[in-house]
Design a protein around this ligand. Structure first.
Ligand SMILES: C[S@@+](CC[C@H](N)C(=O)[O-])C[C@H]1O[C@@H](n2cnc3c(N)ncnc32)[C@H](O)[C@@H]1O
Length: 223
């Protein structure tokens, strides 16, 4: 995408009511006003579901269309990407959608304890190199943050093309005694995945599907 187009999207994001772009310094200081109060934005007490590293926000928007009685928030650091999802939500009149431009590392400053019902992690960078372990979205530090913001029945969904990420996550869950509710190492070949896993496809997923890569899915608990 050209830099002119990106700038146009950044400008438009500033005008969208469903986009939040808090300053990192303010979030660090604990000054994000919607933390613990997301119901005031959505104007209801419906469950809140996050998509982390949402890119263009296909899961945020796709799930919001399927579940009007739930709220969905996409989190990504790249505003020019989630512009797509935010604009679609506005054009299609989906009041149960929001996007936040932030580092995922800060989610415990954006959401209060127990405020979230479910998390989707869709095609994250697997961060295969050992020195990148701390950036892997299912490492122990991230799981602890998810545990903090998820309510008692909360679950995490991981959909990925990366055999490494799938195996790493299963191994970590097993080693930590955390419950794997469901696992499938090739969702389009082996029956049984929830319909949301099969019917919503992301930008990155489509590229992997074109290359014939199997897509994997795990649903798990973090407490
Ligand atoms: C491989 S892309 C996948 C995007 C989308 N989920 C999809 O499937 O098309 C990973 C996304 O995660 C975002 N991301 C990675 N690490 C992040 C972090 N620590 N905080 C915020 N966003 C992050 C990137 O900006 C990117 O949009």
């Amino acid at each position: 995408m050209g830099s002119k187009n990106k700038l146009k999207r950044f400008k438009e994001n500033e005008t969208f009511d469903n986009v939040f772009q808090p300053l990192r310094e303010d979030v660090y200081k604990g000054e994000f006003p919607l933390k613990g109060k997301w119901n005031t934005f959505f104007k209801n007490d419906n469950p809140i579901i996050l998509e982390l590293g949402c890119g263009k926000g296909e899961y945020t928007v796709g799930l919001a269309k399927l579940h009007k009685d739930k709220n969905f928030i996409g989190v990504d650091i790249k505003g020019a990407r989630f512009w797509r999802g935010a604009k679609t939500a506005i054009d299609q009149n989906l009041p149960n959608v929001a996007f936040i431009r932030s580092q995922i590392e800060l989610i415990d400053q954006l959401f209060a304890e127990n405020e979230i019902s479910e998390i989707w992690i869709t095609f994250p960078d697997p961060q295969i190199k050992y020195k990148r372990t701390k950036h892997r979205l299912t490492n122990k530090l991230f799981l602890d943050k998810y545990c903090h913001i998820l309510n008692e029945t909360g679950v995490v969904n991981l959909k990925t093309d990366s055999e490494f990420m799938h195996g790493y996550t299963l191994g970590l869950l097993h080693g930590s005694g955390l419950e794997v509710i469901y696992a499938n190492h090739d969702v389009y070949k082996n029956a049984g995945s929830p319909k949301e896993v099969l019917t919503i496809q992301t930008f990155y997923e489509n590229q992997y599907l074109e290359k014939g890569k199997p897509i994997t899915y795990i649903q798990f608990k973090v407490r």
